[in-house]
Ligand binder design. Structure first.
Ligand code: KG4
Ligand code: ZN
Length: 337
């Protein structure tokens, strides 16, 4: 059978990315142009700057992805692009580029949901992973427990009522002076010299919503703790704060995910999104899944954070299922799964 090549394009936040993936599983190229250096100056992503940088870089990034894969546009079977959720101005750049290419080269256009893309990142390195499975999606903008019923069929069984997990990491990191993006920095500092049990931060439960999350409480508890230390003139051990905060978040994520898998009879948990590269989360998930007899997988760090290979992978399964979008495809900043 003929190989299917999908060109994926991603621009929903601060990464301009393009990739070519074969048969939904084999990465032929993966080009990511990060804007982190610029946004770091402002302590977070500035939407208008993100859009402008995407415009400056997208054509070159797409060209490089085709070149690295050793293919021309005419050899591509379809163009897949993230059309939501995300920053509207940022999304529009990728969607516009994808539509132009699809039109000019006469290729089918397939819009992809960003979170479904994060989930699909797991297919890139785990050839045996197939639905059904349970996915814990933890990124800067999202915290969801999703049942992946089929490649294109999802059921959300838990979500955050306030901050996303990555957002909490970023805010706490800023409060202890680590800078943006905070997740990797907290991870590193905690691993190097933090005691995860030095400070007791809350593990929030939500009444009647067994699998939902809330991270604003733990974030506030950290801020209160820091204020308290300042008022009392106590020197803060930043590594202990980082490790104790991280442990509180990890306990909740692991508890909910493994609890849900047991209750629903799922055999395997996949983790996805930027926070899936957190070392403490990986270690705790492994231990809990081993104990519960559950399979566990997560992508390499490069496929955890935003990339276009994951969009091409999900795009492949949508394409095979017959999904086609018209040239009227629009960016949908609050797109639902
Ligand atoms: O998936 P992603 O690139 O973007 C969104 O779709 O949101 O995730 C970025 C988020 C940021 O909040 C970042 O701080 C967090 O993932 N992150 C981490 C780690 N690496 C990235 N959080 C905790 N530990 C890490 N090692
Ligand atoms: Zn993302």
């Amino acid at each position: 059978e003929k190989d299917i090549l999908i060109l994926g394009i991603e621009s929903s936040c601060d990464e301009t990315a393009a990739s070519v993936v074969k048969n939904g599983r084999t990465v032929m190229s993966n080009v990511i142009s990060s804007q982190i250096d610029i946004h770091t100056l402002y302590g977070g992503v500035v939407p208008e700057i993100a859009s402008r940088k995407h415009v400056e870089r997208i054509n070159q990034v797409i060209g490089q992805a085709l070149k690295d894969a050793g293919v021309t546009l005419s050899e591509i079977d379809a163009v897949s692009v993230t059309y939501g959720p995300g920053l509207v101005g940022a999304l529009l750049v990728g969607v516009g580029a994808a539509k132009a290419i699809a039109y000019a080269a006469g290729k089918p256009l397939v819009g992809v949901h960003h979170i479904e893309g994060h989930i699909a990142a797991n297919y890139l390195e785990h050839p045996d992973l197939e639905p059904p499975f349970l996915c814990l999606v933890v990124s800067g903008g999202h915290t969801h427990l999703v049942r992946v019923l089929e490649y294109g069929k999802f059921e959300i069984i838990g979500y955050t009522h306030d901050d996303a997990a990555g957002e909490a990491f970023d805010k706490v990191a800023r409060a202890i002076g680590l800078g943006y993006p905070g997740g990797p920095k907290i991870d590193k500092l905690a691993a190097k010299e933090g005691n995860p049990y030095a400070i007791e931060f809350p593990r929030a439960k939500i009444d009647g919503c067994e699998f939902d999350f809330s991270f604003s409480g733990v974030k506030s508890a950290v801020l209160n703790y820091l204020n308290g230390c300042e008022m009392k003139g106590i020197e803060v051990n930043r590594a202990d704060v980082a490790a104790s905060f991280q442990q509180a978040v990890v306990d909740v994520l692991v508890g909910r995910a493994v609890g849900a898998a047991k209750k629903l009879g799922e055999k395997r948990i996949a983790v996805a999104g930027g926070v899936a590269s957190n070392s403490a989360l990986r270690a705790a998930m492994k231990q809990a899944c081993d104990e519960a007899g559950l399979g566990l997988c997560y992508p390499s760090p490069i496929y955890c954070t935003d990339n276009a290979a994951m969009i091409a992978s999900q795009g492949y399964y949508e394409y095979m299922a017959g999904t086609r979008h018209g040239l009227d495809l629009n960016a949908v900043p609050n797109l639902k799964i």
